[in-house]
Design a binder for this molecule. Structure first.
Ligand SMILES: O=C(O)/C=C/C(=O)/C=C/C=C(\O)C(=O)O
Ligand code: FE2
Length: 314
């Protein structure tokens, strides 16, 4: 068994509302580095921690996290639609291993996923069917959210179970860092929106187009300095990255939902996917961050980060 990790921000605005060419060139170089890292590692399995944006998980039953033994992408924001190449046997083994370690894991035999899962697979592997994957949803938008030590416990249990698989396993966290895009909120929502968030009515193509245009307009407004969202917070983002780089993961247990939201905006909780991924890697032994890129990108409404990490050479 060997392990590696990539943490990668996502944004539905990539390719639709891009920053200046020199910014894009720096990001492309960082992503090229992560691609080369992944190519060298040549994973036999990707354990992909991703969030959802009310495409697969709804308030009728909202688990804090959920592992998929099969998954299907909806194709939002122009992302690829269709089945992910889930390694069902590995997924079942990991699910049992996580449950055996005392984590009350929800399992989905047909998880619906969105760009939060698809984009990292497209960016790093060229598509959703290029590499065997075990998708693990981590709720990062739908309050109430539980304490961070449970996310670390999930990641640790997954890492311990993955260590027994006799495979090269890449832990991949998708989302964050600080950002406050217009994702709908149940509290105070008008009845029609509340029904959709609770019952999960699939949007009509017109409704989906309207929601996507709303996000695009928010990106344009933010880049133009006329938006009211909580700003990208490079200080907080670098604190998050320092915590991973220094291996101070126990500090994360003191982070509160309120503090994260105030510092990093409503979608800062997507950082939970990174916390799970780093906990998984840490569960297999000491690690080192081998690359770290960060840049605030208002056009994408994202504190955009790419990191790679490997077990520390002894
Ligand atoms: O407004 C809507 O209907 C949907 C909004 C989104 O799905 C926004 C997603 C934004 C991100 O994924 C992000 O992390 O910035
Ligand atoms: Fe997101």
């Amino acid at each position: 068994m060997s392990t590696a990790l990539v943490g990668l921000s996502h944004s539905p605005l990539i390719g639709k509302n891009d920053p200046a060419p020199e910014v894009l060139a720096r990001i492309d170089a960082a992503i090229d580095g992560a691609r080369a890292f992944v190519r060298d590692f040549d994973p036999e399995l990707v354990v992909l921690y991703g969030p959802d944006h009310y495409n697969g998980f709804f308030y009728e039953e909202m688990p804090p996290f959920c592992l998929a033994t099969e998954a299907h992408a909806v194709g939002d924001f122009g992302s690829q639609a269709g089945p992910l190449s889930v390694d069902t046997a590995a997924a079942k083994t990991l699910a049992q291993g996580v449950l055996d370690r005392g984590i009350d894991l929800t399992v989905s035999a047909r998880m619906i996923v969105d760009h939060g899962f698809v984009q990292p697979l497209e960016v790093l592997f060229g598509g959703i069917d290029a590499v065997p994957v075990v998708p693990i949803f981590v709720n990062g938008v739908a309050t109430p959210l539980g304490p961070l030590h449970r996310i670390r416990a999930l990641g640790t249990a997954v890492g311990e179970a993955a260590a027994l698989l006799d495979k090269r396993v890449l832990f991949l966290g998708s989302g964050g860092l600080s950002h406050d895009p217009p994702v709908p909120v149940l509290d105070g929502a008008p009845p029609r929106v509340a029904d959709a968030l609770i019952e999960g009515h699939p949007p009509t193509p017109e409704q989906r187009a309207k929601g996507e245009e709303r996000v695009l307009q928010a990106g344009r407004d933010y880049a133009a300095g006329v938006a009211t969202m909580i700003p990208i917070n490079p200080g907080w983002d670098n604190l998050v990255l320092d915590t991973f780089e220094n291996g101070n993961q126990a500090d994360i247990d003191d982070w509160t939902v309120e503090w994260m939201g105030a510092e990093g905006g409503g979608s800062a909780h997507e950082v939970r996917t990174w916390i799970a991924a780093y906990a998984s890697l840490a569960a297999t032994g000491p690690y080192e961050m081998t690359s770290r890129f960060y840049e605030p990108v208002p056009e994408w409404i994202a504190g955009f980060a790419v990191t790679t990490a490997t077990p520390r050479a002894i």
